[in-house]
Design a protein around this ligand. Structure first.
Ligand SMILES: O=C(O)C1=C[C@@H](OP(=O)(O)O)[C@@H](O)[C@H](O)C1
Ligand SMILES: C=C(OP(=O)(O)O)C(=O)O
Length: 432
């Protein structure tokens, strides 16, 4: 099992790039496959989750060329162009893959089976299967349709008006994909706005999607036209280096070409509210998505309260936000974040355990945690629980640990951030 050891380092300085956005990369393959014609994708994230999506579409007859310069050429076959996969589709560790594909496959004219690794097979699928069943989908899963493997018998679908109990882009996107195949209109309401990459990319591919206060709607029977795409850097990956630069004294980092879609920038709002010096430079647009260069300087942080609509806008960043909170003056309280309990692992429990090992006082609640900030950490040994975001957050905490912090089970960072360890090691080597 791979382990990494990190300890206190000098100021982090320089200019970096982070790999492409994971959410946008998944959607580029899915929508590119359904479009008529060739879609070129630059900046595709070659993380394990996205490779699961790519492999699944190849297994349904979609030709994808991976060029030496990293560009993908996807030969879209139109809305009815997928073919029945001859084997089970393995979604690996990826919740986005299995949930979006459930919606897409529900309306096909063939049979398919979706599964994943031991972490994914524990995650809740009922949130997608239940509204899909109301659209006429025939999907079976373990534990009364709660868990994968999922067996899908494609059916004609009908539109639905659905109030989602959770702010989840995976639920919303699964229903939009099913809605494309359904008769009539599909409307999805959510308690707070979740990331809107599907809506933006569908529009980029020529589909009409209406966004209104509280939700989104799509009419069935529309088709997609192939378009070129450029994937911005993933703000969820940039988040580790934003926090690293904030908490290591004397640091200054410029992170180039990061996606700053407002449904994803909760991390910037939270870190700035804590006193973080982060600037967005040269804001521009790439294929319907806003991007900017992020300049971050080390700052004295203070504890804050986080909850409500901000939570879905920073949902994947809470592990590393908890590290910033542990270095802040005063107490940080996170509420309304129950969703963290059903990610790759229970991220509330996992981060509480990491921070407690470092000597930080943390208490947990059903929907969040309270973290008492302090000046330095002690080292020790922590476990990633097989979760990429826990492994990388622990590494950032290690930059402030007085003695070495050993992190067990670190290969999982390949899920979303190939190259994380060399990038961090390079910055530490050049630290001043
Ligand atoms: O749609 C997406 O690409 C994602 C949505 C979020 O999940 P939920 O929809 O479960 O909130 C997020 O946590 C995940 O990393 C990616
Ligand atoms: C929760 C995540 O992804 P997914 O749901 O796609 O597995 C994540 O990347 O933090």
């Amino acid at each position: 099992m791979q382990t990494e050891s990190i300890e206190k380092c000098g100021a982090l300085r320089g200019e970096i790039r982070v790999p492409g956005d994971k959410s946008i990369s998944h959607r580029s393959v899915m929508f590119g496959a359904l479009a008529q014609g060739q879609t070129r994708v630059r900046g595709f994230l070659r993380g394990e989750d996205n490779l699961s999506t790519l492999t699944a579409f190849r297994a349904m007859g979609i030709a994808v060329e991976e060029r030496p310069d990293g560009e993908l050429l996807i030969e879209g076959r139109g809305m009815q162009g997928l073919s029945e996969p001859a084997d089970v589709l393995d979604c690996g560790n990826s919740g986005t893959t299995i949930r979006l594909m459930s919606g897409l496959l529900a309306g096909q004219r063939f049979f398919s089976v979706l599964t994943g690794d031991r972490y994914l097979r524990r995650r809740p699928m009922g949130r997608v299967l239940q509204p899909l069943a109301q659209m006429g989908a025939q999907i079976w899963g373990r534990q009364q349709g709660q868990c994968a493997p999922l067996a899908i018998v494609g059916q004609p679908l009908k539109g639905l008006s659905y109030q989602s109990p959770v702010a989840s882009a995976q639920v919303k996107s699964a229903l939009l994909l099913a809605g494309l195949y359904a008769e009539g209109e599909t409307r999805v309401y959510e308690p707070h706005l979740s990331r809107d990459h599907s809506e933006r990319m569908l529009r980029h591919f020529g589909v009409t999607v209406d966004s209104f206060a509280g939700g989104v709607s799509i009419a069935g029977g529309q088709s997609l036209q192939a378009r070129d795409l450029e994937v911005p850097g993933d703000i969820s990956s940039a988040a580790f280096f934003l926090v690293a630069a904030l908490i290591v004294p004397g640091s200054e980092l410029l992170i180039r070409q990061v996606g700053v879609n407002p449904t994803r920038t909760g991390i910037l709002d939270i870190l700035r509210a804590m006193g973080g010096d982060i600037r967005c430079l040269d804001e521009r647009e790439l294929g319907g998505e806003p991007v900017a260069d992020l300049l971050v300087r080390s700052s004295t942080l203070k504890g804050i309260e986080i909850g409500g609509a901000l939570v879905p806008r920073a949902i994947d960043e809470f592990p590393v936000i908890s590290v910033a909170a542990a270095c802040a003056e005063g107490t940080t309280v996170v509420r309304d974040a129950r969703e963290l309990r059903v990610k790759e692992t229970d991220r509330i429990a996992a981060m509480a355990s990491v921070l407690q090992t470092l000597g930080v006082t943390v208490t947990t609640a059903d929907d969040g945690m309270t973290i008492c900030g302090q000046e330095t950490f002690q080292g020790g040994q922590v476990d990633s629980c097989g979760d990429h975001r826990i492994a990388m957050s622990a590494a950032i905490a290690g930059l402030c640990a007085g003695t070495a912090l050993t992190i067990r089970d670190t290969a999982c960072t390949e899920t979303s951030f190939p190259g994380f360890w060399p990038l961090l090691a390079g910055l530490r080597r050049q630290a001043v």
